[in-house]
Each structure stands twice: as structure tokens, then as C-alpha cells.
Write a protein that binds this ligand. Structure first.
Ligand SMILES: *[C@@H]1O[C@H](CO)[C@@H](O)[C@H](O)[C@H]1NC(C)=O
Ligand SMILES: *[C@@H]1O[C@H](CO)[C@@H](O)[C@H](O)[C@H]1NC(C)=O
Ligand SMILES: *[C@@H]1O[C@H](CO)[C@@H](O)[C@H](O)[C@H]1NC(C)=O
Ligand SMILES: *[C@@H]1O[C@H](CO)[C@@H](O)[C@H](O)[C@H]1NC(C)=O
Ligand SMILES: *[C@@H]1O[C@H](CO)[C@@H](O)[C@H](O)[C@H]1NC(C)=O
Length: 187
């Protein structure tokens, strides 16, 4: 349909899914930051649906398929100050529509974990994901079994989380080359 209009825009399902991701980040941020969170991700641009492949910060699409290939969502959750004692979960189901996603940066968001409800399925749907950055969150070893469902993953960054180094190696060494695993303790 978009091609009939003479230009190739991003997929409507992916555009809608990105707007849901924006709403999610607003919902897990402190009040007063709404305008600071992904301001270029807007529903409409001069009355036309805005093209998420064009000028949406942190979104990179495949030039041919116009499907989202890379998402940089680092430092998107905004907090006045970080309280380590409060749990906060990332909803991986939000990424389900992005079948061609190869690179996902979720660093610096201080999530303590992921919603385990259907989490296996959610990660499993990211069949092409090669790079995942979860640095500067606060996840522990309970995330490792889910990471093992990412069958295309070659680079995983878990710096500055609450992962036990040795258990990490046992948990994910099976498929990942140790050189690609970046783990640092946060104390
Ligand atoms: C974009 O998609 C096309 C068609 O699926 C594929 O051949 C190409 O390798 C993709 N480009 C990149 C940079 O992944
Ligand atoms: C996210 O990471 C990219 C690449 O490392 C960087 O260029 C960008 O400034 C970062 N964004 C934020 C909001 O920190
Ligand atoms: C996670 O996101 C999915 C897809 O948008 C939604 O259906 C589900 O209710 C969300 N789960 C939680 C716990 O918020
Ligand atoms: C690890 O994280 C999960 C999810 O946030 C939490 O339920 C669990 O209590 C944590 N385990 C430890 C040992 O901290
Ligand atoms: C891992 O990610 C963090 C946050 O983006 C970054 O500061 C760090 O340099 C990365 N580590 C490696 C080895 O790439």
C-alpha cells in the first residue's frame, strides 16, 4: 500500500510496535520525563503516519525491506535517582514484531529483570538477533536461560549487571565464544 503511494515507509505493524515501546518506557520512567523519551517517535507528521525508518532516533531499517534492523534504546528509561531495591522489568514481548531485528541495545536502563510470562517465546521470536547489549542494567543469573534461546546471537554485553561471573560462563559458554561475553560485577 505504501508503495502505491510512491514511497516506501516502515511497516505499520512495526511502527505501532515502536509506539508501544515508547509508551512502555514512559510508563517505567519517573513522572516529568515524557518529553525527553524518544521525542522523534511520533504517530503523525503533518497528518500523515510518520515513517519510523526515517528520522526516528535509534531506529535503523533495512533499506530494501524497510523492516527494523537495529534498535538503540540505551538510556531511554529516565529516573530521578536509581533505587536498587525496587524491581523493574523489561517486557520482551514488545519486540515480538521485529522479525528482522539484528541489533538491540537496551543498556543503561536499570531493569532488574524481564517479565517471565512467555519470555522464552518473546526472545525466541528474535531469530536474527546477533547483538544484544544489556550493559548497565541490574539483571541477575535468572536471565541466562532466556538468552540461550537467542539462536543467532554472537555478541552479548552484560557489563555492569548482577551476574555471577563463573555461573555466567557455565550458563552461556555453551554457545557463545567467551571473547564476546562482557561481564563485570557491580558492587
Ligand atoms: C536487507 O534485506 C535484504 C532482503 O531480505 C537482504 O538481502 C539484505 O542482506 C538486508 N541488508 C542487510 C544490511 O542486512
Ligand atoms: C546510545 O549509544 C549510542 C552508541 O553507543 C550513542 O551514540 C548514543 O549517544 C547513546 N544514546 C544515549 C541516549 O545515551
Ligand atoms: C508486554 O507487552 C505485550 C505486548 O505489547 C502485552 O501484551 C503484555 O500485556 C505486556 N506484559 C506486561 C506484563 O506488561
Ligand atoms: C534475580 O532476579 C529475579 C527477577 O528480577 C528475582 O525474582 C530473583 O529474586 C533474583 N534472584 C536473586 C538471587 O537476587
Ligand atoms: C558494554 O556496554 C556498555 C554500555 O553500552 C559499554 O559502556 C561498554 O563499553 C560495552 N562493553 C564492550 C566490551 O563493548
Amino acid at each position: 500500500m505504501n508503495e502505491m503511494q510512491g514511497y516506501k515507509a516502515c511497516l505499520e505493524t512495526e511502527r505501532t510496535a515502536l509506539l508501544a515501546i515508547k509508551s512502555f518506557f514512559i510508563s517505567v520512567s519517573d513522572v516529568g520525563y515524557d518529553d525527553k523519551i524518544l521525542p522523534s517517535w511520533v504517530g503523525e507528521d503533518d497528518g500523515m503516519p510518520s515513517d519510523c525508518c526515517d528520522a526516528w532516533e535509534g531506529v535503523m531499517c533495512n533499506a530494501t525491506t524497510r523492516r527494523v534492523m537495529q534498535l538503540s534504546l540505551n538510556y531511554t528509561r529516565r529516573l530521578k535517582y536509581y533505587d536498587r531495591t525496587s524491581a523493574s522489568f523489561m517486557n520482551m514481548s514488545l519486540f515480538h514484531p521485529f522479525e528482522e531485528l539484528q541489533s538491540l541495545d537496551l543498556s543503561e536502563n536499570w531493569f532488574t529483570g524481564i517479565y517471565e510470562n512467555r519470555a522464552y517465546d518473546s526472545f525466541g521470536s528474535l531469530k536474527q538477533l546477533k547483538m544484544l547489549n544489556l550493559g548497565f542494567n541490574y539483571v541477575n543469573d535468572s536471565i541466562l536461560p532466556y538468552l540461550n534461546t537467542l539462536t543467532s546471537l554472537t555478541t552479548l554485553n552484560l557489563s555492569y549487571n548482577k551476574i555471577e561471573g563463573s555461573r555466567t560462563k557455565q550458563g552461556i559458554h555453551i554457545r557463545f565464544r567467551p571473547a564476546d561475553i562482557h561481564v563485570r560485577q557491580l558492587n
